[in-house]
Design a protein around this ligand. Structure first.
Ligand SMILES: Cc1ncc(COP(=O)(O)O)c(C=O)c1O
Ligand SMILES: Nc1c(O)cccc1C(=O)C[C@H](N)C(=O)O
Length: 401
């Protein structure tokens, strides 16, 4: 047994979260793609079967009230809240991340303009130039709709790009390609000091590391639930609206579900007095309730414990890669400093597409990101240290072969 195999065994034996793996449906492979699609929690199919057969099949329309369908968006928002450091009553779940980015960004511009003197002059949206594409596309459209200029800059350039013209800033907490973690507290403070609003995309941090939304005074945030929250393919996203901003949140998609009196069926629009005004239309109940069931794996699990294991996993992966892969064969894009690292490791090599295809054939599932990035996501709820050692070993074999 090699030194690193032994080390993996010891780390697994001391891992307090190790038993959680049994709560998931996994095979003998190594699944390092939970940052794209989280694994299925074992109890979810049965729960969904009940929703379909009994709640829908037998109770039918009564389920909107008797099975709690109507209030699911805010109830499930409250279940996600502690995982992102939010008090209850500030998160609604529904729609895709893309749609929630749109709602939050346009609402941010509207809030920035409505406040104080000079608010009306705010005519710029700053966007992370390295963002996941959907955020960039939505920001372009939001800018056109609100008559703003779009200013794409790297996150490091954001503080210098802020001015009295800035209305809103769309940022990623963790870069989807490199796995770099950005400094949410200081960037939020800088944006607020400029009189603008930051919208945070938490897709790659929710369920992977503490976010501290309330603690850091974040105004608006969105995130998906099918990665580290294991909600299932296309499970609905979440939208956080800080409590004191809820009265001012002017949604560009004011559907009837966001109305103060939805069943009044009134022709005049009166937004609900809470985060509910972030809802739009009829919620996607099957996906929502699959997510709600999946979130039960978090009962008794803290995001702090998950973060500690995530850092240990990525540290160990980097150690194994350094030991097994010849120097210079790959370039690590993920920062070595814990404070700058999400829950993934991105390695660059010119033949990344081919290498990832061969890894997947051998049961080590990661992602290839165009043009030359091998991306490995570490989900502490179900990835162990022996998985990490094996992934690095198979990777080294394929890089040498
Ligand atoms: C940072 C980020 N934002 C948004 C999305 C996607 O948004 P949607 O759920 O609307 O497809 C992803 C991944 O798909 C992402 O990584
Ligand atoms: N949302 C996805 C999908 O519907 C199909 C394939 C991949 C995805 C992803 O989530 C990609 C992911 N956001 C990424 O960071 O690359």
């Amino acid at each position: 047994m090699s030194e690193l195999t032994l080390k993996a065994e010891k780390l697994d034996a001391a891992d307090e979260l190790a038993a959680l793996r049994d709560r998931f449906v996994l095979d003998e492979g190594v699944y390092l793609d939970g940052n794209s699609l989280g694994a299925l929690a074992a109890h979810v199919p049965e729960r969904i079967a009940d929703v379909v057969r009994r709640q829908w099949g037998e109770l039918r329309i009564r389920s909107w009230t008797e099975s709690g369908w109507w209030t699911a968006p805010e109830r499930i928002g409250d279940r996600i809240a502690p995982l992102v450091g939010a008090a209850p009553g500030q998160i609604v779940v529904g729609d895709s991340t893309s749609v929630n980015v749109f709602k939050a960004l346009v609402a941010a511009v509207r809030m920035a303009r409505e406040q104080g003197s000079g608010g009306g002059d705010r005519d710029e949206i700053v966007v992370d130039a390295t963002t996941f594409p959907t955020d960039g596309y939505i920001a372009q459209s939001a800018a056109r709709m609100t008559g703003c200029a779009l200013r794409p800059v790297t996150p490091a350039e954001v503080p210098g790009a802020l001015s009295s013209r800035t209305a809103a800033v769309l940022l990623n907490h963790v870069d989807y390609r490199t796995g770099r973690l950005y400094d949410l507290p200081s960037l939020t403070a800088a944006v607020h000091a400029a009189g603008a609003y930051a919208v945070w995309d938490l897709c790659h941090s929710a369920g992977a590391l503490p976010v501290g939304l309330d603690e850091h005074g974040v105004g608006l945030a969105v995130g998906c639930t099918y990665k580290y929250l294991n909600g299932g393919p296309g499970s609905p996203a979440f939208l956080y609206i800080r409590r004191d901003l809820q009265d001012r949140f002017d949604s560009p998609l004011p559907g009837w579900n966001s109305h103060a009196d939805p069943f009044g069926m009134r022709s005049d629009y009166e937004p609900a007095a809470s985060a509910i005004r972030g809802r739009v239309g009829t919620p996607d109940i099957l996906s929502l309730l699959a997510l709600e069931a999946a979130l039960e794996v978090w009962d008794g699990v803290t995001v702090e414990a998950v973060r500690a294991k995530s850092l240990a996993l990525t540290d160990f992966f980097l150690e194994c890669v350094a030991a097994y892969v010849p120097a210079g064969r790959v370039e690590c894009l993920t920062p070595p400093a814990h404070g700058e690292r999400g829950s993934q490791v991105a390695l660059r090599c010119p033949d990344a597409g081919d290498v990832m295809r061969r890894l997947i054939e051998r049961g080590v599932v990661g992602d290839f990101r165009h043009p030359d990035v091998l991306r490995f996501g570490f989900t502490p709820l179900y990835v162990g240290f022996a998985d990490v050692e094996r992934a690095a070993r198979v990777l080294a074999e394929e890089l040498l072969g």
